[in-house]
Design a protein around this ligand. Structure first.
Ligand SMILES: [Zn+2]
Ligand SMILES: [Zn+2]
Length: 273
């Protein structure tokens, strides 16, 4: 199994970091967790594509995690030569978002159906709204979800992907919580959204300091990783985007409470599991 950080950025546009998105390449195909800004550009660089996805896993319905859902739906549709349903797995409310995106694409869908004689079907999307539990079982590959805590964003899910003996947890946006702890137990890799509490508090702008109460700090993520006994912690969705030369600060903050390997996420960082 391989994990590729497609987008390590936060909601603010960044020339070096795409929006939140993680690709998990399994023996049953590619699983995409969230689809933030620029996801398919980064997927192309990683050698994947909308058409290659076994499923899209949605952690929650914040826009930065879903910005390019329309691109995933459209690109998969127009690059398929037979109906190829996109499986979307997400929390309650996901189906309504997909329906709204399909509605937004209405004119485009009609244009393309009219223009291409061989394209006779609409974009097929199969949404499965899930809660905690096993949400996908492909034999060797199993995806388990648990409720995370990103209140007032409810519901919000974290995912664990097991492929044989290898395991990856994608935490999404959350503060430390029991659901995430359960998923992390003995995982090889934990991909975790983080904010730098020390830097955000210095900025003292309410729109920014508000993010502190529903995100994990670097130390929080490290403590979660340590409690679960995970092997490698990957920091992503970095708030604020690290200034050049400050990378070691992030790693040191995590290392203060976690003795495993810590990686600071960059776009296209790939981890073999
Ligand atoms: Zn969020
Ligand atoms: Zn987010």
């Amino acid at each position: 199994m391989q994990v590729v950080i497609l987008g390590s950025g936060n909601p603010l546009p960044d020339p070096e970091r795409a929006g939140p998105s993680t690709l998990v390449r399994t023996s049953a195909g590619d699983l995409l967790v969230d689809c933030g800004r620029g996801v398919l550009m980064r997927a192309a660089k990683a050698g994947s594509s909308a058409g290659a996805l076994r499923a899209l896993l949605v952690t929650h319905l914040h826009s930065d995690h879903l910005t390019d859902l329309n691109d995933v739906i459209t690109t998969r549709w127009i690059t398929s030569f037979a109906p190829s349903p996109l499986a979307v797995i997400g929390p309650r409310g996901t189906a309504a978002v997909v329906t709204a995106v399909e509605s937004m694409l209405g004119a485009d869908i009609e244009y393309r159906l009219e223009h291409h004689a061989d394209l006779t079907w609409r974009p097929p999307v199969v949404v499965t709204e899930v809660d905690a539990g096993v949400v996908l079982d492909d034999g060797a590959v199993r995806v388990t979800s648990a409720r995370s805590d990103h209140a007032p964003v409810r519901p919000c899910l974290a995912y664990r992907i097991d492929d044989g003996d290898a395991s990856v947890v994608v935490a999404g946006d959350t503060v430390p919580c029991a659901g995430l702890d359960a998923l992390c137990e003995g995982a090889d890799v934990l991909v975790h959204t983080v904010v730098r509490r020390d830097l955000i508090e210095m900025i003292a702008l309410p729109r920014l300091t508000d993010v502190l109460d529903y995100h994990s700090s670097v130390g929080d993520a490290a403590t979660t990783a340590a409690r679960g006994g995970v092997g490698t912690l990957v920091l992503t969705h970095l708030v604020p985007a690290p200034a050049p030369g400050t990378e070691t600060e992030w790693l040191q903050q995590a290392a203060a409470s976690f003795t495993g390997t810590v990686l600071l996420g960059t776009d296209l960082l790939a981890i073999d599991v």
